[in-house]
Design a protein around this ligand. Structure first.
Ligand SMILES: NC(=O)c1ccc[n+]([C@@H]2O[C@H](COP(=O)([O-])OP(=O)(O)OC[C@H]3O[C@@H](n4cnc5c(N)ncnc54)[C@H](OP(=O)(O)O)[C@@H]3O)[C@@H](O)[C@H]2O)c1
Length: 172
């Protein structure tokens, strides 16, 4: 068992690994929102400034929100903890965290911090979004699928999707 808590990434992406369009998530999948809530509850969530803005510049209840930005005045304006360095954020937050440190996006932050994650909670949305402008990095060569559950489309789920739990190769 490692001495420090694990770094985990949580993301939802389409078949082309698209995750966003116009600083919003391009689907509504209620079951995925529920999974996100369950997996992040009680934990520290680290995100980029644009993702924080996409959440309406508010902290989600029951979790500690932390934002990466070069503009520390954001912290004062929205009463949110900020870091200007990803390395410093990872170092400080893994020391403080009693559970997993959750990296929740967006594209820039995933690309920077996925290499430090030992676990990936991934939702594969079974569609192809037109005009997506933000993507999740390739990961299939470095992570192994541990578990998968299929969820069907419905009134509250725009598309069918797969809830997938991955671990970094070599960690299992
Ligand atoms: N599908 C999903 O699971 C999911 C999850 C989250 C977000 N998203 C989507 O992803 C999109 C947003 O992603 P994005 O790539 O545009 O932005 P982002 O990663 O959310 O935020 C980028 C910003 O974070 C700050 N930042 C990142 N790394 C930093 C570092 N090392 N040091 C200091 N600051 C750093 C910078 O802010 P400053 O410019 O202030 O310096 C940068 O401009 C949206 O469409 C959102 O809806 C999708």
């Amino acid at each position: 068992m490692s001495a420090l808590p694990q770094v985990a990434v949580i993301a939802a992406a389409d078949l082309d690994r698209a995750i966003g369009r116009n600083n919003a998530i391009p689907w509504h999948i209620r079951d995925d929102m529920r999974r996100f809530r369950e997996l992040t509850m009680g934990k520290i969530m680290l995100m980029g400034r644009r993702t924080f803005e996409s959440l309406g510049c508010r902290c989600l209840p029951g979790r500690s929100s932390v934002v990466l930005t070069s503009d520390l005045s954001l912290g004062e304006r929205y009463h949110v903890r900020c870091f200007t360095s990803a390395a410093e954020a990872l170092d400080t937050l893994t020391r403080e965290s009693s559970g997993e440190l959750m990296i929740i996006g967006g594209g820039k932050v995933y690309a920077e911090l996925l290499p430090f994650a030992s676990r990936l909670y991934f939702t594969r949305v079974l569609t192809r979004i037109m005009d997506a402008d933000t993507f999740f990095p390739p990961f299939e060569d470095t992570f192994t699928l541990e578990a998968e559950t299929r969820v069907e489309a419905g009134v509250q789920n725009d598309f069918p999707c797969l809830f997938q739990d991955y671990v970094r190769k070599g960690d299992c």
